[in-house]
Design a protein around this ligand. Sequence first.
Ligand SMILES: CCCCC/C=C\C/C=C\C/C=C\C/C=C\C/C=C\CC/C=C/C(=O)SCCNC(=O)CCNC(=O)[C@H](O)C(C)(C)COP(=O)(O)OP(=O)(O)OC[C@H]1O[C@@H](n2cnc3c(N)ncnc32)[C@H](O)[C@@H]1OP(=O)(O)O
Ligand code: FAD
Length: 672
Amino acid sequence: MPLNKEIQPGDNDELTRERLQATFDTQQMAAALWGSDLARKRRELAKKVDKLTVLHDSKDMSFMTREEKLSENARKVVQMFAHVADIVEDPSDDAEMFHLSSNAIGHEGHPFGVHFVMFIPALKAQADDEQREKWLMPALGLQLIGTYAQTELGHGTNLRALETMATFDKATDEFVIHTPTVTALKWWPGSLGKSSNHAVVSANLIIDGKSYGHHNFMVQIRDENTHKPLKGITVGDIGPKMAYNASDNGFLGFDHHRIPRRNMLMRHAKVDKNGVYTKPPHAKIGYSAMVHVRSVMIGHQGMFLGSASTIAIRYSLVRRQGEIKEGSGEVKILDYQTQQHRLFPQLARAYVFMFAGKEVRELYQKVLSDMEKGETTLLADLHALTSGLKSVVTHLCVAGMEQCRMACGGHGYSRASGIPEIWGVAVGGCTYEGENMVMLLQLARYLMKAVKETKKGKSLGRLVDYLLLPQDRHSLIGRVPQGEYGPHLAAFEHIARRQIFKVADELTKLQDKGMSKEIAWQKKAVELQRAARLHTRFYLAACFHRKVQSVVDGRIREALADLYHLHLNYELLDMVNYALEDAYLKADQVDFIREDMYRLLETIRPNAISLVDAFEFSDRELRSVLGRRDGHVYENLYKWAKESELNRADVLPYFDKYLKPMMLAARQRSNI
Ligand SMILES: CCCCC/C=C\C/C=C\C/C=C\C/C=C\C/C=C\CC/C=C/C(=O)SCCNC(=O)CCNC(=O)[C@H](O)C(C)(C)COP(=O)(O)OP(=O)(O)OC[C@H]1O[C@@H](n2cnc3c(N)ncnc32)[C@H](O)[C@@H]1OP(=O)(O)O
Ligand SMILES: Cc1cc2nc3c(=O)[nH]c(=O)nc-3n(C[C@H](O)[C@H](O)[C@H](O)COP(=O)(O)OP(=O)(O)OC[C@H]3O[C@@H](n4cnc5c(N)ncnc54)[C@H](O)[C@@H]3O)c2cc1C
């Protein structure tokens, strides 16, 4: 039995030969990536979806209008829930459900796009027991469709400036929800425009003329039967986007719309019938749905990059172009060092982002169960970690996916490659759930606080313990026996620590000169976000290290270690300027890192296809002609192109309408 379990009869011979070179069992690697239980569930789930034709795309989404896309994905999501009990083992398991949705529906969106990701998590974390009974149960039972309406046309990042008002009317025991200006219109919420009938709405709580800041309210927006907007509510779709166009991201306005007082989510903050307000145990506890999405995004973005890497690496083993040795025939493009250097670091990133995604979800679950008991100590750590990871991971993912697209040459630009859509969805992640730069600055705030604690000899939290350690002056890279990578990881730590202390000192100096804290912060904002990035990249490298150490199987550990070492070298070179600034690294050490990276590209090359096969993305999930498991790319590209709506007739009406008259007139003029 070959170690690569993706080999099947009828596959492209080239890919089979590549797969036979695997040094590890791909199913065991899948278990390392997903966890053994989820890996098994994914495999079984994909087989079941294959058999259920009602869950299959009726045609390629690239050839559909937006309305067709919305309708197609509404059809599939309904079928998916109708069959869910036969397909998944545990419908309450988000990870399993995400894989089902990924196989059956894809990533362009669907009517429940925000329902499961934000609406339900907001209810779980912020609704009290009675409210959970009233809304959470029906929401889980699909009796209603919800979204999360926070962002406004004029305000997204700065939540303190949100304008939507929720004014308490003691006489009727109601809140009056109102949109005072055009900039106060809710704008962007997923599935709001045409699909949802309920929304968790962020609005300023006003009692007796006093504002208590924004809180979350449950608002029914459409009639349950007619689906018409309720009186006092204006709602619609915001129009086409870069990608994600099967989602009806929407706008929403309120004209003195009344809701019962008990529609404010009251697990933590409360308003009683006399208008007495009770503060939550933590000012930002109402932000929990955002933290939830940030935590799930890390692993999902890793999967997006993993998908793009799979497509580009498989295609690079089918595509032949040019010769390395004259006369010996065209080579597979993956045999070029430049192609390996373009793709393998992206593959390594996809692996580590998935590992980090798992770690961060574990921390999220811990904080969630603490919050249930009113305990919020770890909230700040989780906020800092998710803010940094969300920003760095989305940024590196889209940069990496762009490399994957370019590595596929012209065919990468075609929607047949599948990369444009996943790229478009992934790049949205740089903006939603907190614009990346803003979130990096949130982490920087935490790091600056951590420096203050360090100066008192204390640590602010486990994630910043390393700030207490002394700085080494010189790196040991290349000065220790070959194969030891401890000094590489130490270099990440050194670079991060140095930048964090450097910017902290600079802030102090500016303030010592009389500058206000806020202006000093502005003067150093770019350096601060750099500190946040370097801290996060150190976290990622350390996470990769922890993962490799934890693997028991020798063959898996060895293959993962190759990726890890490549990651260390590649990422260090990407930020080498920081290590050169204080002569921590010398030129010969940088050369050493480069040479070792080139060596690793060659080491990884025979395992390349098996490393992407180990993700076990089904063809249905990848939705890519270039990334097909069987490697039969060309005949299927031709088949795909023939599906284009432009090929429905040899001559399209615009020819007779515009081009023919123009050419006839031109001919007549030339005959005169
Ligand atoms: C069918 C079944 C399917 C199942 C599917 C399962 C899963 C799918 C999951 C994902 C899908 C994958 C692909 C998706 C594709 C498409 C997209 C799908 C969904 C996207 C949905 C998107 C939703 C949104 O975007 S919702 C809107 C998000 N908005 C934001 O993020 C706004 C950003 N702004 C802020 O967060 C804040 O304003 C701010 C910048 C943090 C500042 O807040 P502010 O109140 O002004 O505080 P400050 O004064 O700055 O800080 C005070 C103090 O508080 C601390 N702080 C801030 N926030 C938090 C927090 N969250 N927790 C803890 N502490 C916090 C801050 O650090 C500061 O602390 P200090 O004083 O000690 O320094
Ligand atoms: C695909 C998608 C799905 C979405 N889904 C939802 C949803 O379901 N529900 C919902 O409520 N919202 C949703 N959003 C909205 C999203 O959360 C916001 O777009 C996001 O929070 C960024 O806010 P903004 O658009 O106001 O950007 P802005 O804040 O206007 O950012 C513009 C620029 O200003 C900079 N900037 C802003 N503030 C600062 C600062 N303090 N310091 C330094 N620079 C700053 C940013 O870095 C950025 O470069 C979605 C958005 C997208 C793209």
